[in-house]
Design a protein around this ligand. Sequence first.
Ligand code: ZN
Ligand code: ZN
Length: 371
Amino acid sequence: MGKRAQQRRSAKATKKVRQRPSAVRPGAPSYDAAVARMPFLGSTADFGALDTPWDAFTDTYPTVADAVAAAEGTGALSCFFFDEVGEYERGIRRGPDGWSYEVTLYPRMQLRELVKTCWLNADDRDQAVEQLRRALAEYVPEAHRHPGIEVVHRPSTTTVPRIGWTQSLPLAGLETWEDAFLAEKDLPLHDLAPLVDGQSPGGRYTATVSPQTLALFQSHGLAVQACAGCGMLVADRHPHWPGVWVSVEHEFGPSCDRSRLGRLESLQRVGHVVEVADAGPAQELTGREPTAVCQNCGIDVTDQHPDWPGQWAVAGGDSDPVCAVLGTMGGDDEGEYDLLDCVYPHIPAGVDSPASAAIAAAKKGGYFLQL
Ligand SMILES: [Zn+2]
Ligand SMILES: [Zn+2]
């Protein structure tokens, strides 16, 4: 695992501890009993850092009726958060039969990567949303399908669509959020939680979805493929890497792991390939290639490396095509769930590239490590 991936994982672990949703609020009898046994809980309960998004939501709308009153104009109000089981959105929504309490469960990890990669690769992204909805419905094994569970497309914080499984309950009898939590506990939706990672429940961990899941999504007309060198899902329409195969959920840019999979481990980077015949060994620079200076990291780069034709790669060493500036650090928070994880290519001054605009936008948004 790369250093940034480790940092991100550790940051995620910290957030998970900090943001674990709690249906038990200070003042509730079981909370007070827990504090009596573990006094440190009571001493930290006042720190804002321990508040979860759900805490903030229920502080703003203390009862279900408060949320309904606030959502009169929009017809929906929800809160996104995650726990160790899944990434959820909970809230209320007005439908043809009036208001309901709704719980939506979203794909994460390898399955989320599959969804994003399919969407990025699509010629028609609106159509891809429909294809993804059908694929995610069929992804659920028959034993877990339920007429009350729908696959829905909900608003996202970016252009990447947010698609998940939802189930709702009538609001009748739900006065407090604790009522709602208790009522949703037995929803068949929660039986899907072991499936949302894209891993076989109880099976061996794999870096990407199973060949069967990949084939299922392809059977719905989605253009997605795995790298012939390392098996990762790859897209060639990432906004920062147009025309170059990259893994969307892993912050390595167009760097294939196949050099590490063979007996001769090498730090030399090579690109992802979709044809087995192209998965050759890493090649060398002659040292006579013309170079330019990357305007973002100041390193000498060349676009004539035999492994990176037309891409700017470091002119020497392990010839990394990934610039040293940092990307989005996409995670599990509401604003991060919909991001494409990213790193950026080197871009010498005066070079015109679609990635330049993406980097300019990223700088404005504060995505770059501000030195
Ligand atoms: Zn690869
Ligand atoms: Zn650079």
